[in-house]
Ligand binder design. Structure first.
Ligand code: SF4
Length: 424
């Protein structure tokens, strides 16, 4: 009899139970495109992978162990973002349809741009209410119906819900909008595609926005496109039906008037796909953890935390991290992990490119020792480890080059001072 294939981790009750145990009796925090984009920026970090898969509130955990994050969107920025999104959608899609058609040149299968409100009403569907699984099912049904008949259903769907497998677990992600059945008028032979739209509150001035913010938005949008492609695959439809250009809607110049641009996210899409593939399977990570480990942030009836900060700190330290300086702007645990890296003089503090160039040398003490050959007896001590021998050779060379450069600079300064003395 053939062996029963193992369940995917997303459906494995043992994995789900273990994750619930790690989180404790508090509601889980769910992944969103922002956290997935940040996760893929550091796919080698087991600590973040486990905390996110378990739905642990990392910000609350970091605060509890004394390393609360000092970044995050300000309440002002959040309410400004919400207000702008509300404004863009306030007229039941008229503004959006105008932007898609007149500004971006997308060909939408509805009447003329002055179609009456009743016409537009039928082109707008709100998928933002109900349980997540139900919302996903309604999104799926809508895409399936539109694939069967181009003329079926609305053109704009608000808050569709998509699914994406992250480290072997299912995460739900929610783009702001899907524009269905649009095609580009600049490429009339292109078949109809589905376009995803993101509404952001940062300004587009003279048609250009802050490149850092656009890059962040593009990576998040790539997560949505990937999830939409997964939905198409689930329906047996080709991935090409999801446009790899996304619609970015922002305030124009210094006003609140919406404007839009198409952003090509093919590069980000490839990067997110590659990084998600590299994410360690959560089941494997859980196998390596001690039984009884928990990040339980629950409080008792007096409002006191059930677990002490020391116990929680010990639990965090038990999972390996992969700190990088970029963590400071991307992960709520950053100040804890940075402190930990400092305490061990880890080469992680130097950034990924330097760390990788050091070929796996873990601490700065070792780097200095290798550079000087101190306490190791010289390069020959690494005969059994060619990587370390090579690192020692390169570091010694770098150290010699630095000494020579400093000596030369000192000689030039001295010569200059002497010549000034003579001239005086
Ligand atoms: S801050 Fe810590 S937990 Fe978060 S990604 Fe960086 S190393 Fe991992």
């Amino acid at each position: 009899m053939p062996a029963t294939p193992p369940l995917p981790p997303a459906q494995d009750p043992a994995v789900a139970d273990r994750l619930a145990e790690l989180r404790g009796p508090v509601p889980p925090r769910h992944h969103d495109a922002r956290t997935i984009a940040a996760l893929t920026a550091n796919p080698g970090c087991a600590r973040r992978a486990v905390l996110d898969a378990a739905g642990v509130d990392k910000r609350a955990l970091a605060e509890r162990i004394g390393f609360g994050p000092r970044f995050g969107q300000s309440p002002f920025a959040i309410s400004r973002g919400n207000a702008f999104e509300k404004l863009v959608k306030a007229d039941g899609g008229t503004t959006l349809l105008h932007l898609l058609r007149n500004q971006l040149g997308l060909d939408l299968p509805i009447g003329d741009q002055d179609a009456d409100a009743a016409d537009l009403d039928s082109q707008w569907l709100d998928l933002g209410t109900g349980e997540r699984e139900e919302r996903y099912r309604r999104t799926r049904d809508l895409v399936a119906a539109a694939a069967r008949d181009q003329g079926d259903g609305p053109v704009l769907a608000d808050h569709p819900l998509l699914k994406l497998e992250v480290g072997g677990r299912v995460a739900y992600v929610e783009p702001d909008l899907v524009a269905f059945r649009a095609s580009s008028t600049s490429a009339p032979t292109t078949p109809w595609q589905w376009y995803l739209a993101e509404i952001k509150s940062f300004a587009m001035i003279d048609g250009r926005a802050d490149p850092v913010k656009v890059a962040e938005a593009a990576t998040q949008a790539a997560v949505y496109v990937l999830a939409f492609q997964a939905l198409l695959a689930d329906l047996g439809l080709p991935a090409e039906l999801a446009a790899t250009e996304v619609v970015l809607v922002c305030p124009k110049d210094f006003s609140n008037t919406p404007t839009a641009a198409l952003v090509d996210v093919r590069r980000q899409l490839a990067a997110v796909r590659r990084q998600l593939d590299r994410l360690p399977r959560i089941g494997t990570l859980l196998d390596g953890l001690d039984a009884g480990l928990t990040f339980d942030l629950a409080k008792d009836e007096d409002g006191e935390p059930v677990r002490g900060a020391a116990e929680l700190g010990k639990a965090v330290a038990a999972i390996e991290a992969r700190y990088a300086p970029e963590c400071v702007s991307r992960c709520d645990m950053a100040f804890y992990c940075r402190d930990e890296a400092r305490a061990t003089c880890s080469t992680d503090l130097l950034g990924r490119s330097v760390r990788d160039a050091l070929g796996g040398v873990g601490t700065m003490r070792d780097v200095l020792a290798l550079a000087g050959g101190e306490g190791r007896g010289g390069d020959e001590a690494f005969d059994d480890d060619p990587d370390l021998a090579e690192a020692a050779r390169l570091l010694s060379m770098a150290r010699r080059a630095r000494r020579e450069a400093l000596a030369q600079a000192a000689a030039v300064v001295e010569a200059e001072l002497r010549s000034r003395e003579v001239a005086a």
